[in-house]
Design a protein around this ligand. Structure first.
Ligand code: FAD
Length: 376
């Protein structure tokens, strides 16, 4: 029986990436211990809705988590409209025109974590331990997935300089007076970025998850507004494009930053997810990157030479090399877009708005951008 034998892999972390890593490595037949915190009793569920790409959804399917999500906890994005800060400057993506079923899925963050928690409890090769449990002598590989504040980085000699954007991402759930029809909308309005993600909770077909990134003081002010004033601020920012929007519950905010850990592996250990990298959520890619880390680690371990131990540093460097390019590219893309849209100079305004219109009229580049966002 698995619990009678020594653990081979020790996974630390309580979020989606740690749980997905434990499940993926357990499916390989490795004996995995997941040292995690239980969610605090009475803690409100995460208000965020995550945009997940094809690759993330494929992983969740393999881990038998995707089908465990309630139908109204995952909504397809069929179209997406990205607007700049000049009239008519827009970039439109359509699943139908691209010949694909959907552009992305929008998923309830709290429900996703709950489905992963249920899956790890039933996984035959995964033992759930408390966060304070100590790894046994048989552990060959420790996977660190404790999120952005991972304390273990210090002891491992990992540097992770954080570039704080001085912005917060305000998230809430909304209900509109007209159907979303699977349309995601995003506005780049120097320096704010506002995204409305189509969702089916609480009202099927007419709900949205909102992520509004804006400077710290403005975010604090928005959180403090009475609901009716917040709704008015949304109406002003969206111009009513999605209909009249009403708040459906609480609001919360997260500090936003760009960071990359170095190194991301060493003898017998590896970093995954937000413990390894942070990106601005304007492209909805942080968790997608973390789940891609899981896939890469799992595949590198599966493809190792039979004589090579799973904690071998040369093996783990294959994981690091595989993830370095895509993670750096996403950090640069989100950071570059944010800077371009935050600049007030007329040349920057001209460039970004012409850029949107140009990309919109240049199908190959548009296709490439769409495929990159889908993780295809
Ligand atoms: C406003 C906003 C919107 C976003 N939208 C999207 C989106 O649309 N799409 C997308 O892909 N990404 C999105 N992201 C990014 C996404 O939230 C993160 O990338 C993702 O949550 C990272 O998962 P993780 O498991 O690595 O870390 P976390 O979710 O931070 O989980 C780590 C967990 O480990 C716990 N922990 C810490 N120390 C220990 C320990 N010693 N032992 C055990 N547990 C420990 C922490 O308390 C935490 O619960 C968004 C982020 C924000 C802020």
């Amino acid at each position: 029986m698995a619990h009678m034998m020594a653990d081979e892999v020790w996974v630390r972390g309580s979020g989606a990436v740690a749980m997905a890593a434990a499940l993926a490595l357990g499916r390989r037949g490795l004996r995995v211990a997941l040292a995690m915190r239980e969610p605090a009793a009475g803690r409100a569920s995460d208000l965020r809705t995550y945009a997940l790409n094809e690759a993330s959804v494929a992983l969740l399917h393999t881990l038998r988590v995707w089908d465990a999500l309630a139908a109204d906890a995952r909504t397809e994005v069929l179209d997406m409209r990205v607007e700049g800060d000049a009239a008519g400057a827009a970039l439109v993506f359509s699943a139908w025109r691209s010949g694909i079923e959907r552009l992305a899925w929008i998923v309830d963050a709290g429900e996703l974590e709950a489905a992963l928690r249920a899956a790890v409890r039933f996984a035959p090769h995964v033992q759930v331990r408390g966060a304070d449990a100590a790894p046994g002598a048989g552990v060959a590989l420790t996977v660190h997935a404790e999120g952005r504040d991972a304390a273990s980085r210090r002891g491992l000699g990992v540097e992770m300089p954080v570039h704080a954007y001085g912005q917060r991402g305000v998230a809430a759930r909304l209900v509109a007076d007209r159907p979303h029809a699977g349309m995601a909308r995003q506005w780049f309005r120097s320096p704010d970025v506002l995204a409305l993600l189509p969702f089916d909770r609480p009202q099927p077909g007419c709900s949205y998850g909102v992520v509004w990134s804006l400077p710290d003081e403005r975010a604090a002010a928005l959180l403090a507004l009475p609901p009716a004033d917040f709704e008015q601020a949304l109406a002003d920012a969206t111009g009513g494009a999605a209909g009249t929007l009403r708040l459906a519950g609480d609001r919360a905010a997260w500090p936003l930053a760009l960071a990359q850990a170095d190194p991301v592996c060493g003898p017998g250990w590896v970093l995954l997810g937000d413990a390894a990298h942070l990106v601005h959520p304007l492209a909805g890619q942080g968790l997608n990157l973390g789940l891609a880390d899981v896939v890469a680690l799992d595949e590198v371990i599966a493809a190792r030479e039979p004589w090579r131990p799973i904690g071998d540093e040369r093996l783990l460097r294959r994981y690091a090399r595989r993830r370095a390019g895509p993670t750096a590219a996403m950090g640069q893309l989100t950071d570059g877009l944010l800077r371009l849209f935050a600049a007030d100079e007329p040349w920057a305004r001209e460039l970004r708005n012409r850029g949107l219109a140009l990309v919109d009229q240049f199908p190959p580049l548009k296709r490439w951008l769409g495929a990159a966002a889908r993780g295809a």
